[in-house]
Each structure stands twice: as C-alpha cells, then as structure tokens.
Ligand binder design. Structure first.
Ligand code: ADQ
Length: 500
C-alpha cells in the first residue's frame, strides 16, 4: 500500500516532462490502451502532489496515439503505484510525428545535449536538423501546456496560482512560449525548471551553436533548479558570459528581460523509507554467503564509467591476488537508448571486456565478473544492495546518481558494506563518508576497492550510519518540499511518508 498524509497545498502543480509518469500500451487485438506504471523516485514524489492539488501532467505517453484527443485510460484497480490516483482528466498527452520525435529525442537530446552537458563534447554531434526538430517539439509541448493551464483555470477557480514545472534537458526551450501565451490569455502561473543532468562549464556549453537560445529558454522560468551548487554557478556564469546578463553569484540571481530569475541547488533524494522496507522484506538473492560481492548498477551509458570500472576490477585482481576466488564483481546494466549507435558500441565493448577478464581469471569454481544485461525488479535490487560488500558508483560524470542513495538506504545489516563514489557524480558532493574514487585513474581505483574490501567493521558502521541518516533526512519528499518552499507555495507542511 502507498499512504500519503493529506497536505494542504494551495497552488496546483502542472508538471511538464518528456514522458508521462506511466507508459501506455496498446492491445494489438482490441486496440484498447492500458497504463504500465513506472516506479522511479521522481514519479513517487511528484505524482502525489499533482494528484492532491488537482494538478496536471503533460508528457509523451511512450507510444503513438491516434490523435491527442484519444482518451487516456484510467489506472487499473490493482495498481498500487503512486500514479494510480492520477485521473485521466489530469493527464495531457503529447502526440508527435515519429520522425520528428526521433530527431528530437535520439538526435538532439541524446546525441547532443546528453554528451555535451556531461562534459564529453567529443561524443556530441551538432545538427541543425535535429535542432530544428527540438524547437518544433518544444513549441508543441508549450502549446499542450497552455491547453493544460486553460483547463486548470477553468476547473480550479479558487485554487491559487498554479506552478508549471518543466523537467530536464528535453524541454529547455518550452518556457518562453508558455509565458507569452499565458500572459496573452491572462492565465496566471508561476514557472520553474529543473535539470536532472549536470550543467556544464561555459567553455563546454558555448560549443553548442544555439547556446543563447537554450539559456533564454531556461530563463523564461521564475526559478531554475539544479542538483548542486556547481551546476548553478556554471549556469549563472553562462548567462553572464553568453547573454551579458547582470548576475549575483552569492545569491544566485540572474536578471533577464526585466525579471529576476532565481537559481537554486535542489539535490534530489530517493524514497528512502520504501527502499528500507524493500530491503527488510526482500528474500535473499545471493545464495553463497562466503563470496564477497562488489556491486555495480547502472543504465548502460558511457557516462557511468563501466569500462573504467571493469579495468579497475581487473587491476585489483592483478595487484591483490588474495581476492581471487573470494570476491566477484556483479554488474547489472539496464539496456538503454539502444537506438543510438554509441550505446550499441558500448554494449559490444563491455561484452568483450567482461569476456576477456573472465577468460583471464576464471577457475573451475569461481568467475570474477557476473554480468546481467537486463532490468532487475525492485525487490531483487534491494536484496542485492542489502547483501553486497561494496557498491561501486563510479561515473565519469553524473547529475546526481540515485544508485548510491538506494544502496545506502538498503544497508540494514548489522555490519554494513562500503560505498565507493566518484567525485564526478552530484551525489559525491554530499556523501562525504563514502570512499572517493577517481574512475579515470584505474590503478588508484583498484586501491580504493581493496581498501573498501578490507575496511574494519567499526569504520564501516560509522561511515554507513552517517550516510544513512543524511539520506533519510534528505529523501525525495524533502526535495519536493524544498522545491515547493522555494516557489513560495503556501502551507506546504509535509507530503507524508511513502511505504510500498
Ligand atoms: P539516470 O542517469 O537514469 O538518471 P540514476 O540517478 O543512477 O541515473 O538512476 C537510475 C535508476 O535506475 C535508479 O533508480 C536505479 O535503481 C535504476 N536502475 C539502474 N539499473 C537498473 C537495473 N538493471 N534494473 C533496474 N533498475 C535499474 C538521471 C540523471 C542522474 C540523476 C537522476 C535523477 O542522469 O544523474 O540522479 O536522473 O535526477
């Protein structure tokens, strides 16, 4: 069951994101639609607030609809996920021509913004065609958002000023069209933007040929949020240097178009209690208790540093042969963006590397690496987090990284494991008690893994208890509250606890 304490919340939330908080599935025979729920942390925190405040969610449903008027089905009665209470009248679907969508999503979003914003310009491609389609799609999202706002104003006359909350690098341009149209039609609203990935330094950002437009697009909001202070400062810097805006670095303010835009660090958290509960109830997955497991869990993405991690593990086995036969790396990679060539090539590279390292060290009774290329259910994931000796979160660059936080939440055993984290993940900024590891320096990374595997019990307990209390306090509900407070929303006390 999912329980949420009722919270007074005057301003409704109109969330705008590339994807809706569920995907639609079409039955081939009957052609009828049904919802397939999503269980991500963002959805868990945001959906209840949208539901309670009688807000709306604007997004792409994951499939091609016959038209934007095609009715969205209600949730299945057995659905226990946080989006179950989101009525179809609260959903505004965005339907796009598949060719335009492909160019916007696989092209501009994933081949340009993703690598560039992760400071990997060598991997980025710049195409005016993709950009043109990005503009088109953002305009269309803005149009649907205005329709959502109109609907909201019609149905909620006394419900205060709604907040339009636009998410992520897919929709960096939408705000100005929403603002213009809202002003013209006298639809009152406040607007916020949140970026889930890093915002790069100016020297990298300015490589994008239409970088001014991106900044102007984000500055169309009243508040722009990032995970950490560094990304805020990068953004403020870009506004000053690209656009010549007057900025206040201490208070993170940017003047633009006669308005002052607030820039805020809003580090996301996880549904901590839900992961604790999962860890408490999940059955054992690892049957051999004598084998120490070093765990890696990531989308298969080049930013996650998988190749470096495998090389570091190989270096560990060379430098410290005493771990052979006693330690295994369990790497779980969820398939991701398989329509993009770089991702298919990465899969090849990882497959080969795993094969080579296993070929080099495997004995009759032990293999150094177990590699799962699949989605793993939440309960199984929680059991693995709980029983792993070490978790390697070693991205080359990462906006925040939720895996680090999920691992920590699941460490309920009396003698906990050790978190190894890269300083290039947003999460690395605050998880001071984790062991830091620069994934670019393979030999040093091997040393850090060795240190994690041999760390005394009392040190592990001390480090983990501090990590856990921070994540418990700064969970995803806290993130949501901080956001609402930063938007000046009234009477936002507590959105309650989530147990699942
Ligand atoms: P992601 O890049 O997707 O998110 P991350 O924050 O690590 O990265 O979240 C991944 C999620 O997928 C986690 O909840 C994890 O449990 C799940 N997951 C990974 N592998 C899995 C598997 N094999 N099976 C099942 N589940 C798996 C983006 C940014 C991040 C930022 C988040 C939130 O890139 O930096 O932390 O958004 O803002």
């Amino acid at each position: 069951t999912v329980t949420h304490a009722e919270t007074p919340c005057k301003g409704s939330l109109i969330v705008v994101s590339n994807r809706l908080p569920f995907v639609l599935v079409r039955n081939e025979e009957t052609q009828s639609l049904s919802r397939k729920a999503s269980a991500g942390g963002l959805v868990t925190a945001v959906a209840p607030v949208v539901i309670r405040g009688n807000g709306l969610w604007v997004g792409w449903p994951g499939i091609q609809l016959t038209s934007e008027e095609e009715p969205i089905p209600e949730s299945d009665p057995s659905d226990q996920t946080p989006t179950a209470g989101l009525k179809s009248s609260q959903v505004v679907s965005v339907n796009l021509d598949p060719k335009i969508f492909d160019s916007y999503y696989n092209g501009c979003c994933n081949k340009t913004f993703w690598p560039l914003f992760h400071s990997m310009p060598g991997r980025a491609t710049f195409s005016s065609d993709h950009w043109k389609n990005y503009v088109t799609v953002n305009k269309h999202f803005a149009k649907r958002t205005i329709e959502a706002l109109e609907k909201h104003h019609k149905n909620n006359k006394s419900n205060g000023t709604p907040i339009v909350w636009i998410h992520d690098y897919h929709l960096m341009l939408a705000s100005n069209w929403v603002r213009e149209q809202a002003e013209e039609r006298k639809l009152e609203c406040r607007m916020a933007f949140f970026l889930h990935i890093p915002f790069p330094p100016w020297d990298i950002f300015r490589l994008f040929p239409w970088s001014d437009e991106i900044l102007q697009g984000m500055l169309g909001c009243d508040m722009v949020g990032f995970h950490i202070q560094d990304y805020c400062l990068n953004f403020v810097d870009c506004c000053q240097r690209n656009l010549g805006c007057r900025v206040d670095r201490n208070n993170l303010l940017v003047e633009h178009g006669g308005r002052t835009v607030r820039v805020r660090p809003l580090p996301i958290g996880i549904p901590y209690d839900r992961f604790v509960h999962l860890a408490e109830t999940a059955e054992k997955v690892l049957k051999t208790s004598k084998m120490k497991i070093v765990l890696g869990v990531d989308r298969l993405d080049y930013t996650k540093g998988l190749v470096n991690r495998l090389q570091a593990f190989e270096s560990l086995l060379v430098k410290y042969p005493e771990h052979r036969g006693k330690v295994s790396l369990l790497q779980i990679s969820v398939p991701s963006r398989t329509d993009v060539k770089e991702y298919r090539e990465l899969k090849e590279e990882v497959d080969q590397l795993v094969g080579r390292i296993n070929g080099r060290f495997t004995t009759a009774n032990w293999a150094p690496i177990r590699y799962i290329y699949d989605y793993v259910g939440q309960a199984e994931l929680a059991a693995l987090y709980r029983d792993a000796a070490v978790c390697l979160v070693t991205p080359l660059r990462d906006g925040m990284n939720l895996v680090a936080k999920e691992f920590v939440a699941c460490q309920i055993n009396k003698v906990p494991g050790v978190l190894v984290i890269s300083p290039f993940a947003g999460a690395g900024e605050m998880m001071h008690e984790a062991l830091q590891c620069n994934p670019y320096e393979i030999d040093d990374a091997a040393e850090v893994i060795h240190r994690a595997l041999t760390m005394p019990e009392d040190e592990r307990i001390l480090r983990m208890s501090r990590l856990r209390s921070r994540e418990q306090e700064c969970d995803v509900n806290h993130w949501m509250r901080t956001f609402m407070k930063a938007m000046g929303t009234v009477e936002f006390d507590d959105i309650g606890t989530t147990t699942m």
